[in-house]
Each structure stands twice: as C-alpha cells, then as structure tokens.
Design a protein around this ligand. Structure first.
Ligand code: ADP
Ligand code: MG
Length: 500
C-alpha cells in the first residue's frame, strides 16, 4: 500500500512539473518600475511570474503586483531598460518557484535561484517550492529543541540558542553584525547554514565570502545574495528564497540555521514596493505591508513538525544611528524569541564580539540551562551588572575599594570576564568549554572543594550528540554520490548514519 502511495506521489510530482500552456500579452505602459500589461486578463493572479521580452532579446523576469481596470501591473526584477511599448509578455500563470537540491551546498545564488559563483549549473531537486512558503501550522510544530552549539562563548552562556529559535542581532553599522553571523554559520550546531546577504554593497559581499565566512564556512552553506544596486523586488525575492532553501533542507530532516543579513534591508525593499504600488505610508514612512510581510517571513523560521528538521533563524537588524527603537527594530523584537544587542561603545573599547550581555535576552532561558549552568550564568551576570553600574565612578577613581565587597569582587573579575566575552572570529567554543571556563574563572571549582577537573565535569551535563534525527536514506545516498563526484565536501554531522 505504502509502495503504491509513494508511486502515486511521484507521479503527481511529475505531473506538476510538466510545463503548462504559455499565455501572451503586451506591455502598454511603463512608469518607473511599474509596467502595465494587457491581454492576460483572467490568466494572471497576484504574485505570478511573467517574462518580458526586451528589445535585445533578453527575458526580463517580473512579478504581478496588482491590477488596475483591464491592466495587470508588473514589476521587473531588473531595471526596466530595454522594454519597449508593445513588448511581448509570456507567462504560464503560475507563481515563482525553485527546486533546491542538496547540491546547492557550497554555492552562491541570486534572488532568482540562479548560480552567480561561476561554478557551473546548479542541480535541481524534484520538488518545485513556492518562494512564499507557508509555515507549518503552530499546532503541528514541535517546541523549541535542545540547545544548539553556537560556537560563541558569550552566547553559549548568556543568550543560548535552541533548535528552532528565532533571534535578532541588533546594532548600528560597523559594530560586527556580519562577523558574528559568520561565526554562527560556522558554529557547528546545524547540518547546513542558509545565508541571505540582502542589500549589502558588492564589495561587502566579496569580503564576506572570501574573508568573513571564508571557503571553509561556505562548504556547509548555501548563500543567497542580492546587492544594494539590485531592484527592491530582487532584494525581497532573495530574502524569500533564503527561507525557501532553508525549508527545503528542513523537509529533508536536516537541522538548518537560516541567517539573514539584514532584515532591515528586506523591510526597506518592501517599503519601496509598497509605496510604488500605492500603499499609504504609516509608521516613519513604512507602509503597513512592511510589518505584515516581516511577520510572515520570520514565522517561516522555527521548529518543524514531527518528521522535519528545524530552522533556527538569525536575523540582523540595523539600528539606524544606533537607535534601537525604530519601527523595524521594534517590530522585529516583538516577533522574535530573543535579541542580541551589539554596542558601539564596546566595539570601540576593542572587545569583539561587542555583545552587550545585560541588554541581550534569549526567551529560551532559563528553561534550556541546567540549574548548575543557570547558577553560573546568573552569578556572572550579577558581577557584570555591578561593574557596569559603577563603571564611571570606578574609571573616575571615585569608588573607594572596600566600600562594597561585591563591587570589589566585580572589579577584580572584570578583566577576566571581558577576556571571556572576547573571541576571535575564527575561534569556536563549545557549550561545555564555555561553562567550564566561566565556572573556573568564577572560582566555582575551588569553592566546591573539588579538584578543578572533577568540578568542571559536574557543572556540565554529558555532551549530547549533535544529531538525533534520522536522515532519509535516499538523501544520504544522494549526498554520498555528490561527495564522490567531488562536487561538495560534507562535514561529519550531515553524514551521520540513519539509525537502523
Ligand atoms: N570578532 C571580531 N574580532 C575582531 N574584529 C571584529 C570582530 N567582529 C567585528 N570586528 C571588526 O568590526 C568591523 C565591522 O564588522 P562587520 O561585521 O562588518 O559589522 P556590521 O555588519 O555590523 O556592519 C570588522 O571589519 C572588524 O574590523
Ligand atoms: Mg554587515
């Protein structure tokens, strides 16, 4: 029975992939980035993909954004140059879709899912996936999973991430968001990272690829890139695609981290699209659709259902002029399950990652820590808070040693705590190491009267295996074959055998 069902499903997928009829229309007007098209009435619906044939023979991809009388309104993904009055428009009357495949790991694609790394064509998966995927129903989703290895000491202890959690990284420009993101991508807690670089300048993309993330980091990641000079439509599309690729891997049963840098640029793209389509500006010039689109997008990350992996989402939020309360930052904070705040003052002191521990919150806490871990975390936080409160007085020399024993201890511990929080971008720290190190620094081992190593072992629960779910055997076979072809290199966690 199961065999027949599987064959039927396969047949259905094949049927769905067959090309449908092509409908044709013509361009009747073009103003700014909006095109009017006649002749496709009743064939198109909002969100459908069309190709416009330019004078020079290029096919310019575009999307239906609305209707006006008998005209369909289209927005091209590229500049409208080369599109003439009367230009032919072709469509199959379907929404945009892509067919992600594990062979995309290690590759860089644009917002349309086309390779841009010059490494040849991309393998295509069997299933066409819509760019605006629908998240699993909240009732069928698992709860947050076990703690994820982030690779970053400060986060492991003070703002831990669980499988399926969605967090924001907030800061002004140049404080270290992208660098922290690359550390998380290489953190090792997930099977694959899907990284969307949205609205960065071309130079920054190159820098991120070659230095920040590096070739090593790319081996277990798919990058989706849309630079600031591309149309708002393309930037938005690239953000959708990032989530779509993450969903495809999640449905294969993999643990995915999905990183978007930045969600603010996505919101700005949506603002441009919304205003062009005639929406009224509401909050600080942002039309309402910005907030609804953002909520829809962020909801696509999160835990999967019983048979799926999880998408752990990490989204950077650019706080313009270091204003952490602009409408986008506010909206993001209310939707996400935690936020990491990077502070310019800390970066200026030269401590990277410049995470402000006292302002960063993970909603997975305190449940995800063991009582011992929680105790270490709370104690260190109290010392950091005490020092921060007295920082100015201490620096002015206005604090007299001995006035408050707790502050004295905080001052004594401060250099060590700062050193603990600082981490080179290419260093990786496990959860276990992070707690052991911090516990030792706080003198826990000595206080318990145990030899240091034993005490450290007591503080930390036994290390759990990174991967507990089963990978479908066909996927494993596929991945193996690709590795043998030399197309990709698969790191250990992905290759873990499915349990018998
Ligand atoms: N972990 C780190 N170690 C050392 N320097 C860092 C680290 N993180 C960031 N930096 C410095 O901060 C600069 C800006 O970082 P970047 O990640 O590009 O910031 P943003 O994405 O917020 O604009 C980098 O060029 C680098 O000099
Ligand atoms: Mg950046």
């Amino acid at each position: 029975m199961a065999g027949i069902m599987r064959r039927l499903e396969k047949f259905q997928t094949v049927l769905e992939q067959l090309p449908g009829p092509v409908y044709r229309g013509t361009v009747t007007a073009c103003s700014g980035q909006t095109l009017r098209v006649r002749g496709l009435e009743r064939k198109l619906s909002a969100g459908d993909r069309c190709d416009i044939l330019a004078q020079d023979g290029r096919r310019i991809a575009s999307e239906v954004i609305g209707f006006d009388g008998a005209s369909s309104l289209l927005m091209p993904f590229e500049a409208a140059e080369g599109i003439a009055l009367g230009a032919r428009v072709e469509t199959q009357g379907t929404g945009a879709s892509v067919k992600p495949h594990p062979g995309w790991i290690g590759r860089v694609v644009n917002g349309l899912g086309e390779p841009v790394d010059g490494k040849g064509p991309l393998p295509q998966g069997e299933i066409a996936r819509r760019l605006r995927g629908v998240p699993p129903s909240p009732y069928s989703r698992r709860r947050l999973g076990q703690k994820l290895e982030t690779g970053v000491r400060a986060l492991n202890v003070f703002a831990p991430l669980c499988r399926g959690q969605r967090i924001g990284v907030f800061s002004g420009s140049g404080v270290g968001k992208s660098t922290l993101l690359s550390m998380l991508a290489r953190g090792g807690g997930a099977d694959v990272a899907v990284i969307g670089l949205i609205g960065e300048r071309g130079r920054e993309v190159q820098e991120f690829l070659q230095e920040t993330l590096g070739a090593e980091g790319l081996k277990r990641a798919v990058m989706v890139v849309s630079t600031s000079d591309e149309s708002p439509h393309m930037r938005r599309q690239a953000t959708y695609l990032t989530l779509t690729v993450a969903e495809a891997f999640r449905d294969l049963g993999l643990q995915v981290v999905c990183l978007v840098d930045s969600i603010t640029r996505f919101a700005m793209a949506q603002r441009e699209i919304g205003l062009t389509a005639g929406e009224p500006p509401a909050s600080k010039g942002y039309p309402p659709s910005v907030f609804s689109e953002m909520a829809r997008l962020l909801e696509r990350a999160g835990p999967g259902t019983e048979r799926q992996g999880d998408i752990t989402g990490i989204f950077t939020v650019l706080a313009e002029g270091d204003d952490h309360n602009d409408p986008i930052a506010d909206a993001a904070r209310s939707i996400l399950d935690g936020h990491i705040v990077l502070e310019r003052a800390i970066a200026e002191r030269g401590r990277f990652p410049a995470i402000d521990i006292l302002k960063s919150v993970s909603r997975a806490l305190p449940a995800c820590h063991t009582p011992e871990e929680e105790a270490i975390c709370r104690e260190a936080r109290r010392y950091l808070a005490a020092f921060e409160e007295m920082r100015e007085l201490i620096q002015l020399g206005a604090y007299k040693a001995g006035a408050d024993p707790f502050v004295d201890r905080a001052i004594e511990l401060e250099p060590a705590l700062e050193a603990f929080l600082a981490q080179k971008a290419d260093c990786r720290a496990s959860l276990e190491e992070s707690f052991a190190e911090l516990g030792k620094l706080l003198g826990h081992a000595g206080a318990a009267g145990l030899p240091e190593e034993e005490a450290a072992a007591e503080l930390v629960p036994p290390h759990e295996p990174a991967l507990t779910h089963e990978l479908p055997p066909e996927l494993l076979a596929d991945l193996r074959a690709m590795e043998e072809d030399g197309g990709i290199v698969i790191e250990e966690p992905i290759m873990k055998e499915a349990r018998p």
